[in-house]
Structures are given as C-alpha cells and as structure tokens.
Design a protein around this ligand. Sequence first.
Ligand SMILES: [Fe+2]
Length: 169
Amino acid sequence: MEAPLTITLKHGRYAEDAKPVDRNAVAIADALSDALTDTYRLVLKTHACHWNVAGPMFYPLHQMTEEHYTDMFAAADVLAERIRALRKRASVKPARMIDGLDTEADTDADPTADEMVRGLLSDHEALSQRFYALVKAAEISGDPVTADLATERAAFHDKAAWMLRATAA
Ligand SMILES: [Fe+2]
C-alpha cells in the first residue's frame, strides 16, 4: 500500500503553535544579519588578499581567493533576502563589518602569504561555527528554510577552511 501524500502534523509548530515561530523569527533574522555582516567582512578581507598576495603561492592563492569572494558575495544576497522573507529589515552591522579590518587588511602591514592564509582560515572556521549555531536555532524554531541555507553556508566555509589549511605551510 502506498504512503499517503497528505502529512498531518499533530504536534508540529506550524500546525498548532505558530506563534513561537513568529517570535523566534526575530532572533533568527538577527542571527542571519550577523552572518551577513561577517560574510561581507570576509569578502573584503579575501579581496585584499587576492590583490596583495605575493610570492611562490601567488597564482593559486589569487585564484582561490577569487572563487571564495565570488561565492560569498552571491551568498550575502541570499542571506539578506532570507531576512526579508522573515519580514525583517536586511542590513549589515557596519561597526562589526570593519572591526579589525584596518589592521588585518592594511597593505602597509605587508603580511606574508602564509599569514594571509592563516587569517582567512580562522575567519572561515569562525563563520562555519556561526552557521552551525544558526542551523540548530532554526531547526528548534521550526524554520527549515533558514536551517537549509545555513547548512549550505557551513559546508562552503568548511570546504574553504580545508583548502586554506591544506595550503598553509
Ligand atoms: Fe581579480
């Protein structure tokens, strides 16, 4: 006998308890805004490495950073549009976005390629953790769409971290 196509939720948050989802949407949208801000911040930092990296690893790092900032720039739009779908205002947090960038991306500081790689690596690891936390929160609040999006972003940052870790001397 075939399984019925109709799904009846007896204890589902959507079926009987929609209000907690609405309340949690505020927290989820704020967490998305933090993730959006950190994503843009890493786009800027990755671009600075793309431009300024020098030495024997120039070409592979120049190429890898381009792949990474291109992906993250596109992802920022998806994150912002998810915030709008949750009926919240999409914005970055400016102070948070540039925090530390003036010294980290300062061309006069002239970091080595290895220092750049390790700096990017720690940011990808941190962003991955942020998205893992968002997956959990979104699942608890009955928001599988945000959970899926956060899962996808965590996978990207885990892969980027792996590539950078493998590159680091
Ligand atoms: Fe370029």
